[in-house]
Write a protein that binds this ligand. Structure first.
Ligand code: PLP
Length: 423
């Protein structure tokens, strides 16, 4: 049986008895009402990006129509209002992740920028020749390439926790990899390509026993389960707003204050300084030290609206509903002879990657699109995962709380149509 929840996740033990009404929440999402190619849209590409509830769209529109100005440097009314909204957004993100302090929340463009920031600051200042960074074999390219770049520059080595045939980490291999050379473990919480939920709490405990800090890539986890960075005790946590019903171009890097304080700035410019002269520049405190230039003000405010919207729903009921979608879709797709599900971990989020005998995943995606069904086809920015399974690509259906059992039926029916074209 698949389950969405990491067994360490707090809500797993007590899923809400209340059934989740996906049809009711769909009404909050204007984009889901449209037809594409003459069919009602069935949107199953949520791991790539989620649609936006009206409250997020309205919040961003109101900001630009009535509240807009640049932040932090103005004495006039609108600048103070925009600054208050922007800093309120930071507090919303802090509460959402249960960070101890608001200074631990750095606004970035998304998970990719968050990881690059840590690689270019923490990595650049801590790594030397012979040092090591540990990632896993199911990382998104965003949690591989920044480390390759800084390792190459510093003469350090990137080491990889292996996975088994289900797409689960081989944890027994992890602890022996840790040594005094290890400077950071950077690990994905939920794999975008396979849906595997990693036991990050256990990984963090093991790494900390060896004095090694841990970054968690939460791009695919925060929209499916409650995340408490203090409870996890992770040292860094990265998320992307657009994957949790918020705007694009905004995300969060959480970092423990002592670590952020110790890290040099990432980019230079306005806002990240206290004073500048040609002789000496004094950097600002965290988080501003890492937010050079005019930030994505509307994005941060829209993200806060998205986080509040998500929190207003019953997250345990969301998890139960998404798990039902996953189980129902798994059963339906497994019944199709030519179909192979890639990624069969015990703990999975609502993501199903699959191949269909000799049909190229792009053809699957294109034919499903003719039925109004949006799935993603490709390597999902996780080419090492594809190499592990000996395939170039998969088709991937990824479910949100606004998907229904009818969407799953339509997907299964659409896949049968794909097979009819190719047989
Ligand atoms: N990490 C994971 C697991 C992802 O799924 C993604 C995006 O799909 C990223 C990182 C990168 O996120 P973004 O493109 O929003 O920076």
């Amino acid at each position: 049986m698949s389950t969405m929840w990491n067994d360490k996740a707090p809500v797993a033990a007590a899923p809400s008895a209340a059934a989740f009404d996906a049809w009711r929440v769909r009404a909050d999402f204007p984009a889901l009402r449209q037809t594409v190619r003459g069919r009602p849209l069935i949107y199953l590409d949520n791991a790539a990006s989620t649609h936006k509830p009206k409250v997020v769209i309205d919040t961003v529109a109101r900001f630009y129509s009535e509240e807009y100005s640049n932040v932090h440097r103005g004495v006039h009314y609108l600048s103070q209002l925009a600054t208050d909204l922007y800093e309120d957004a930071r507090r919303t993100a802090q509460q959402f992740l249960n960070a101890r302090r608001e200074e631990e929340i750095v606004f970035v463009r998304g998970t990719t920028e968050a990881i690059n920031l840590v690689a270019q600051t923490f990595g650049r200042s801590k790594l030397g020749p012979g040092d090591e960074i540990i990632v896993s074999a199911i990382e998104h390219h965003a949690n591989i390439v920044p480390w390759q770049m800084i390792c190459r520059e510093k003469g350090a080595t990137l080491r990889v926790i292996p996975i088994d045939e289900h797409g689960e980490l081989i944890l027994d291999a992890f602890e022996p990899m840790l040594s005094e050379r290890t400077k950071l473990v950077s690990i994905v919480h939920v794999s975008n390509a396979l849906g595997t939920v990693n036991p990050v709490k256990e990984i963090i405990e093991i790494a900390h026993r060896h004095g090694v800090p841990v970054l968690v890539d939460g791009a695919q986890s925060v929209q499916h389960m409650p995340v408490d960075v203090q409870e996890l005790d992770c040292d860094f946590f990265a998320l992307s707003g657009h994957k949790i019903y918020g705007p694009t171009g905004i995300g969060v890097l959480y970092g423990k204050k002592a670590l952020l304080d110790d890290m040099p700035p990432y980019q230079g410019g306005g806002d990240m300084i206290l004073s500048v002269s040609f002789e000496r520049t004094v950097y600002n405190d965290v988080p501003f030290k890492f937010e050079a230039g005019t930030p994505n003000i509307a994005g941060a405010i829209g993200l806060a609206a998205a986080l509040k919207y998500f929190r207003s729903l019953d997250i345990a009921a969301i998890a139960a509903h998404e798990n039902e979608l996953l189980e129902y879709a798994t059963r339906k797709l497994e019944a199709i002879d030519a179909l192979r599900i890639i990624g069969t971990a015990t703990h999975k989020a609502s993501v199903i990657s699959f191949t269909l005998c000799a049909v190229h995943p792009h053809d699957i995606g294109t034919i499903l699109d003719q039925h109004g069904i949006a799935v993603r086809a490709g390597h999902h920015c996780a080419q090492p995962v594809m190499q592990h399974f000996g395939i170039p690509a998969t088709a991937r259906a990824s479910f949100s709380f606004y998907n229904t059992m009818e969407d799953v039926d339509a997907l299964a029916h659409g896949i049968e149509s794909v097979l009819e074209v190719f047989t």
